[in-house]
Design a protein around this ligand. Structure first.
Ligand code: BES
Ligand code: MN
Ligand code: ZN
Length: 503
């Protein structure tokens, strides 16, 4: 859902109405404004602190409703603890915590007093802008299908209309916020796409949403099945064969580099809008989650939206393979041999190992037509990556040390963390087929790696990284900045990578 909350950067005066949020460092270290406000309400803040043994530690919070002598609806003081937040990610989390506790107000107004506390907690423009972004990210909700009025009536009516950030340098904060607002819009788009059910969002509908990004200055190209067939993308097409919905390939180009001839960085996404497993059908328990099997494509799409909105100074191309994997009389079957666009043949042992077929052709197409400096693919590719890493880290596979290192670093900075997984000849052998060039499953062992080995057979010498996001893109653990099933994983990570190394 698009955010309906306005963000306002204002001068550092205490507000007269609404909810006001202030901060305390450890051992109750305060800003001048907090002391002033405490006086105005006859010491109610300090009294509340002592009755609740508030010391300003991280995660400590006091709340004073309807404070004496003032027209404020509420005063919140949030502990920041000892540690000095320095990364944007940490400030986003603080904004998210505020989003959790200041979620409603009778005047619809929350004012966050971003005043330094000594030299320990310093509210730089980036910090202030990140807090605003974190607040909005926390408040994201996918509620478009909650239609019943009784449901809506039970929700608190005091919807927030404005979050004001009272800060030192209004102009600098507003300009620091611009690119972050672009980031937020990209993340929300990805979350929306992942949360959307499979009956509403098929490959064609997904492609239509991509087409709309043209209004941001992206060049969008969409291939239908006939065009893909002309390019011999038989692996991708095989996956979609059993679905009544047509497959699509969508290409989004952003040419923001000062040097228009710069070779692009390519970001590729798996976009299986629903993965039933096909003829090798999945067990019914949990199958509903497979509406999120387009988390890679959602990330690519959201990222391209972010890059175009913030006018990134880089040449980036996003390519997504969109299809639905269904059982039907027309489905591809176990035992089939398909010839991929690269000319390599694939023996299909399991129609549920479909993501690698989709990506094989998308990677071939992208490398052939755009000759990127590097290609990064994102895919909800294997259940095995969940077994290995849980939901904490996405799996990183790469044929290039420099690219891998940069991605690991971007993961640490953005908080969308990656863990490097192995590739190697011995693993590659596991996907040799008796009758074709390769088979699409490697057996029980190292399932995420054999899937990655499969992809590697389609990238040649191009520097490449594969992110297996099956554990992080959907059914995400709730965090300070995300409460939604679809987290929009990967956009913050890749936006960071691009800012650091491609602009
Ligand atoms: N989309 C699934 C992987 C997946 C599993 C994503 C759980 C998110 C959560 C993928 O297409 C798949 O079915 N992979 C199989 C491969 C196997 C048949 C070799 C798997 O992981 O079981
Ligand atoms: Mn599958
Ligand atoms: Zn899948």
């Amino acid at each position: 859902m698009a955010s309906k909350i306005a963000i306002d950067f204002i001068a550092q005066d205490l507000p007269e109405t609404g909810t006001v949020v202030l901060f305390s460092g450890s051992k109750k270290s305060f800003s001048a404004l907090l002391k002033k406000l405490d006086k105005q309400c006859e010491g109610q803040i300090s009294k509340a602190m002592s009755v609740s043994s508030f010391e300003g530690q991280e995660n400590q919070l006091i709340e004073i409703l309807s404070p004496a002598k003032l027209n404020l609806s509420r005063i919140l003081v949030l502990g920041l603890g000892d540690e000095t937040a320095s990364e944007n990610r940490q400030w986003m989390n603080i904004g998210g915590r505020i989003g959790a506790c200041a979620a409603s107000d009778p005047q619809g107004l929350v004012t966050i007093m971003a005043q330094d506390i000594g030299d320990k907690h310093v509210f730089t423009p980036d910090a202030v802008a990140s807090m605003a972004t974190g607040y909005l990210m926390r408040r994201y909700e996918f509620d478009k299908y909650k239609k019943s009025t009784s449901e809506k009536a039970s929700k608190p009516k005091h919807t927030i209309k404005t979050v004001a950030l009272a800060c030192k340098n209004v102009k600098a904060c507003a300009s620091a916020y611009k690119p972050l607002e672009a980031l937020r819009a990209g993340v929300f788009m990805a979350r929306d796409l992942v949360n959307e059910p499979g009956n509403i969002l098929g490959p064609v509908e997904f492609a239509l949403q991509i087409r709309e990004l043209e209004s941001l200055g992206l060049k969008v190209t969409i291939l239908d099945e006939a065009e893909m067939a002309a390019s011999k993308m038989n692996a991708l097409l095989a996956v979609g064969q059993g679905s009544v919905r047509e497959s699509r390939l969508a290409i989004m180009q952003w040419n923001g580099s000062d040097n228009a001839k710069d070779k692009p960085l390519a970001i590729v996404g798996k976009g299986v809008t629903f993965d039933s497993g096909g003829v090798s059908i999945k067990p019914s328990a949990g199958m509903e989650d497979m509406k999120g099997d387009m988390g890679g494509a959602a990330c690519v799409t959201g990222l391209m939206r972010t890059l175009a909105t913030r006018k990134a100074k880089a040449n980036i191309i996003g390519v997504v393979g969109l299809t639905e994997n269904m059982p039907d009389g027309k489905s591809y079957r176990p035992g089939d041999v398909v010839t991929s666009m690269s000319g390599q043949t694939i023996e299909v042992l399991n129609t549920d190992a479909e993501g690698r077929l989709v990506l094989a052709d998308v990677l071939t197409y992208t490398i052939k037509h755009y000759k990127p400096t590097a290609v990064i693919d994102l895919a909800t590719l294997t259940g095995a990556i969940l077994v290995a890493l849980g939901k904490e880290y996405a799996g990183l596979f790469s044929n290039n040390e420099r690219l891998a290192k940069r991605l690991l670093k971007a993961g640490e900075v953005s908080g969308e963390k990656l863990w490097r997984m192995p590739l190697g000849k011995a693993y590659d052998k596991l996907i040799d087929s008796r009758i074709a060039d390769m088979k699409n499953t490697g057996g029980r062992l190292a399932g995420s790696t054999t899937a990655a080995q499969f992809l590697q057979r389609y990238v040649g010498d191009t520097p490449w990284a594969h992110l297996d996001i099956a554990g992080t893109a959907m059914a995400s653990p709730k965090s300070h900045i995300n409460q939604s099933w679809g987290a929009g994983f990967g956009i913050q990570l890749l936006n960071e990578l691009i800012m650091e190394h491609y602009e």
